[in-house]
Design a binder for this molecule. Structure first.
Ligand code: AP5
Length: 228
């Protein structure tokens, strides 16, 4: 990752990552959150945690996620509202995979206003869809810390083990090739319109996500620093 760290740099609002499955939202949102010492709020991770713990929310979400469809807004909005009430969110946060529908975006706009945050900054990861299958099917995630690898592009030093904590690396159930099509279709139909929504509000920057991880990180940092 880039050595460009400014220790006292802080966020004062939400940063939103938009982009299709496999574009690199998680990889980049985590890195940005780390740089700004801000919470990384991934609705996908929150839902997977509910599934792993077998909560009633997780039981409702699991079959929907395994089909590659979006979980109903009612479930996701409640989860996000609870999360941003926590103290660590008082100065801003980095969303990954949220919002994903126009309803979610409108609701979020109101919620941020109520909490006194400035308008969000939106990073739109743009990539040729042909690159996504390799990124998605090659992804492996650490069971312990959630670090993201790719067996083709970003392999761990020791096969199947996380470089940071030695945790076992897993493949997500929805990263199987047959689920990728429905996930991309859900993105095109329900989430892609959000790019136009935020572009109209003048808060979005297109970032070329086909470059290397470090190059993409640098473009995002430049944009976010400029926008704050
Ligand atoms: P979620 O977990 O959000 O998944 P997603 O949007 O499908 O996105 P991904 O996590 O697949 O990809 P990413 O863009 O984060 O890529 P990554 O950085 O990992 O959602 C999962 C499910 O939960 C949804 O299908 C839905 O059911 C539900 N859900 C979640 N949020 C919801 C919401 N708000 N509303 C309703 N339902 C919701 O990178 C991918 C791979 O590429 C990795 O292996 C990585 O190492 C590699 N890589 C990344 N960048 C690069 C690069 N520049 N060069 C080379 N390789 C790279």
């Amino acid at each position: 990752m880039t050595p460009d760290i400014r220790p006292h740099e802080k966020l004062d609002r939400a940063v939103i990552f938009l982009g299709p499955p496999g574009a690199g939202k998680g990889t980049q949102a985590k890195e940005l959150a780390r740089k700004f010492s801000a919470p990384h709020l991934s609705t996908g991770d929150m839902l997977r945690e509910h599934v792993a713990q077998g909560t009633s929310l997780g039981q409702r979400a699991q079959p929907i996620m395994s089909r590659g469809e979006l979980v109903p807004d009612s479930i996701v909005l409640r989860m996000v509202a609870e999360r941003i009430e926590r103290r660590d969110c008082s100065h801003g946060f980095v969303f990954d995979g949220f919002p994903r529908t126009v309803t979610q975006a409108q609701w979020l706009g109101e919620l941020l206003k109520q909490h006194g945050f400035k308008p969000p900054v939106v990073v739109h990861l743009v990539i040729d869809p042909a690159m996504l299958l390799r990124r998605i099917t090659g992804r492996r995630m650490c069971r312990v810390g959630g670090e993201i690898y790719n067996i083709f592009e970003r392999p761990p030093k020791v096969e199947g083990r996380c470089d940071n904590d030695g945790g076992e690396l897993d493949q997500r159930p929805d990263d199987r090739e047959e689920i990728v099509g429905p996930r991309l279709a859900a993105y095109e139909k329900q989430t892609a319109p959000l790019a136009a929504y935020y572009r109209r509000l003048g808060r979005l920057r297109d970032i070329d996500a086909s470059k290397t991880v470090d190059e993409v990180t640098r473009s995002i940092l430049d944009f976010v620093r400029e926008a704050l």
